[in-house]
Ligand binder design. Sequence first.
Ligand SMILES: [Zn+2]
Length: 332
Amino acid sequence: MAGSAKNSPRDTPGDDKVLAIDLGGTLTKIGLVSRKGSVLKAEVFKTGAMGPFEDFMDQVEQVFAKWQKDPGIKPLAMGIGAPNASSLTGCMENPPNFNWGNSIPLREALKEKWDLPAYLTNDANAAALGEMYFGVARGLEHFVTLTLGTGLGSGIVSHGKLLTGSRGMAGEIGHINVFPEGRQCKCGLKGCLETYASVTGIRRTVMELIAEGGTDSVLSAYSYDELEGLTISHAALQGDPIAIKAFEFTGKILGLKMADTAAHLDPEAFVISGGLSQAGDLLLNPIRKHMEARLFRAYRGKIAVLTTEYSSEEAVLGPAALAWQHLDEGGV
Ligand SMILES: [Zn+2]
């Protein structure tokens, strides 16, 4: 799908388009996206999560003011994906690593400012919609996305619809339990899946394996803060035993919990994205092996494990899909 984010010859300047905002803890990406998933315009700026919310709004305004000078730009709606955002309240609820307050009325703030229909959901759910509209999940009606970054974000699509639950909070697979007295999670619980299956998780695993001693590894030269996911991937590709063991352990834990998830949802596929997915087969092979070994018989050999084809620059496709979905359903 990577190609479809580029300008398609089928997208003429007069085509309908939506504004899409992918608000991340570090960077915010804004795009103007066509119905076919072409990113027609894009800007990136630092979110400033520790500064005032008003500064963030000023930055968004600057981008829009610049774009509005082009008379061809008349978006139909705005889609927003943000951490801990609730589609029901329109707010970011207690987002960790933000200093904007406990309940940030992001949807109303953006809607009022630009007088456009605005739709908000959490970033992981937006990513699931992006895969369904424009990505590797096109044509699928039952799938689960797992975004392995600093944490583990997930979105569940069932019968072609995002599963939202009673409070708009369904699909927090990152916080299902792996070990009851396991690693401390930022959410306050212990042993959550994201403390193992994420970039942060694999870094912790490497540090634990090194601390056990007895195995030489190039990764011993790194402190926890210095160690990046890519460094572990490179070491594994060079045959480093600790790095290989860390991927095997991470893939095993994730594969087991994907088998559990399959028992709840009977999906056609899982779509893996985020920084750790760049490790490719280093991670996918143990995931597939351990998932298959633990799958209930009815699902064996039937669930695809796919990786996203998006680049991080295309993160706006998720919130764009959210806006298109509402427009397609006649939302106002
Ligand atoms: Zn947790």
